[in-house]
Design a protein around this ligand. Sequence first.
Ligand code: HEC
Length: 192
Amino acid sequence: MNPNKPSSPSDDQLRPHTYDGIQEFDKRLPNWWLFTLYATIVFWVGYWSYYEWFRIGLTGAQSVEVSMKEIEAAKLASAPAADDSSLWKMSRNSTFVDAGRVTFNTTCASCHTEKLTGAIGPNLVDKLWIHGGLPSQIHATIDKGVLAKGMPAWGPILGPKKTAEVTAYILSYHQEGEAIEKQDAWIPVAPK
Ligand code: HEC
């Protein structure tokens, strides 16, 4: 085979330039190569829209934050402490509060209403508390109930995790350090 006389298996044209005596064919890029290129362009458009344009995807920092909340929730749930500071912490954690909202709306809202403003049972979003407004006191009321007044004991029914969650949900309507006033009794009103 004569190296100076290039041969082409097809009708490929020789490109006009010569470098150091080397010439090249004007070859079409193979389909697999072109397909890969186009696929990366399509992928790029989707990826860019998802993360940078519409910002649907979480940034690294955001997904770390979400994971940290889940880890914190799992830690708190594995040992649901009923002290004031743990309950305040749970009340600022959306995983806990969301779970508590579900329990509240299915189990408690019939007497306290979904807005927590009270009907058969008292208002839970004002600063008036019959049995104490500290997180541990609210938790104890829910746990043990006020049987003589028609508030069931929820601890044995819900278990420690759900009892803590529902307490956290009520606390999510309150601020640490806010005023707490003593209420003597709640006069039941018809649910709105
Ligand atoms: C059958 C009606 C009823 C249901 C259901 C009910 N409660 Fe009550 N709840 C009451 C009544 C009545 C009182 C007032 C007790 C009293 O007068 O001492 C009360 C009181 C409370 C208090 C104390 C309020 C205060 O001012 O000290 C909390 C907290 C509470 N309920 C939370 C809950 C939670 C959480 C649930 C659901 C797991 C729930 N309740 C379900 C009737 C109910």
